[in-house]
Write a protein that binds this ligand. Structure first.
Ligand code: PLP
Length: 393
């Protein structure tokens, strides 16, 4: 067999490797505390599940339009108007099987050899992986702890070259929980006026997960870039629907036919009952979302001071999502070595920052989408590990 060379350029989410190891260890009888997983530990609210069951009973068994059923795209448009105050034609919305697919399509549309695509580092690993697949050059945007892991508009703008076609931004962010303040977005958008050929992919999958009453600052608020902004959003995180596989993109009108053609070539459409469930998520009661967010906030306030207090660790308070990203350089260990040591010796699954890019060295990602008991137990075990190895004084 001879595979296409591009296959060797495709990366992965190494978080899944850690999870596979943790699962295998648990199966072998080890007591594992898992703070590695990037999904809510809540069930999908029951009225959403019921809507899917009803859709199946009502005979929604067939293909749907490739861009999604109109009632769903209209519901998304209403949600965009209510929450973000923007008017979007439902024909610019393309419903896809998960937030990841909007990202995949956007990068495929712009990436080819000779082109540069910028992406956040540390950031969601699939950005770099797919950019490399296309043969384009991945250009990392380094995110700094001192800025709460928000990107620096000045740094991004300074690195745009005539070969830059696409800039990917993500706020609130995986793996850091960082949030980009509105002032930084203002500066970024103002600077983009000098780069009219650059398109922006804004991954806002965690938009509903902002803390401290700070409203989510979105790139959709800038009409001057609406004709070159791709918005990525979806249901996975907000309504605890990671396994349903549904998300959406809002595309500039010129790009819609390309996105739809990619969908037709790839998956045809998202399964019909999930689309009906997604309407129930948007239009039904939001109390489960509010309760989940209140609980994540409580855990954030629990885990961050505990992490900050560990020898060799320091941790900034994340403004969004459900991740904490402590600096572990004071332990003297690399992120990979500490990740492996904690899993093997203490059965604690967390993810090395290097899984999210080279600028993730010196950090670990903790997901606090886990119970209070799990968080407290993990932190106890980590302290024991550090003490046993005489780390951090
Ligand atoms: N974007 C970011 C930043 C994410 O962290 C994730 C999932 O972890 C996704 C997109 C993909 O979401 P989905 O499960 O809807 O494909």
């Amino acid at each position: 067999m001879q595979l296409a060379a591009a296959m060797a350029r495709l990366g992965t989410e190494t978080a899944f490797d850690v999870l596979a190891r943790a699962t295998a260890m648990a199966r072998a009888g080890r007591d594992i505390v898992n703070l590695g997983i990037g999904q809510p530990d809540f069930p999908t609210p029951p009225h959403i599940v019921e809507a899917a069951i009803r859709a199946l009973r009502d005979g929604h068994h067939g293909y749907t339009p490739a861009n999604g059923i109109l009632p769903l795209r209209e519901a998304v448009a209403r949600d965009l108007l209510t929450r973000r105050g923007i008017e979007v034609d439902p024909d610019r919305i393309v419903v896809v099987p998960g937030g990841k697919v909007t990202m995949f399509f956007a990068i495929l549309m712009f990436g080819e050899p000779g082109v540069e695509i910028m992406y956040p580092d540390p950031g969601f690993p699939i950005y770099r992986s797919v950019i490399s697949l296309t043969g384009a050059e991945p250009v990392p945007i380094a995110l700094h702890e001192e800025k709460g892991f928000a990107f620096s508009a000045a740094e991004v703008l300074a690195r745009i070259t005539p070969r830059t076609r696409l800039v990917i931004v993500n706020s609130p962010a995986n793996p850091t929980g960082g949030v980009v303040p509105k002032a930084e977005l203002d500066q970024f958008v103002a600077g983009l006026a000098e780069h009219p050929r650059v398109t922006v992919l804004s991954d806002e999958i965690y938009a509903r997960m902002c803390y401290d009453g700070v409203p989510h600052a979105s790139l959709t608020a800038y009409p001057e870039i609406a004709d070159r902004l791709i918005l990525l959003d979806g249901w996975s995180k907000t309504w605890a629907m990671t396994g349903w596989r549904i998300g959406y993109g809002v595309w500039p009108a010129d790009l819609v036919p390309h996105a739809v053609r990619l969908a037709i070539n790839c998956h045809s459409c998202v399964n019909a009952p999930t689309q009906w469930a997604a309407i129930a998520a948007l239009e039904g009661p939001q109390d489960a979302v509010d309760a989940m967010m209140a609980e994540f906030d409580r855990r954030r306030r629990l885990i961050v001071p505990l992490l900050d207090d560990l020898p060799g660790f320091r941790c900034v308070m994340p403004g969004g999502a459900f991740y904490a990203f402590p600096n572990i350089t004071g332990t003297g260990m690399s992120a990979g070595a500490l990740q492996d040591g904690l899993l093997e010796e203490e059965g604690v699954a967390v993810i090395a920052g290097t899984s999210f890019g080279v600028f993730g060295e010196g950090y670990l990602r903790f997901s606090y989408a886990a119970s209070t008991e799990a968080i407290e137990e993990a932190l106890r075990r980590i302290r024991r590990y550090l003490e046993r190895h005489g780390i951090g004084g």
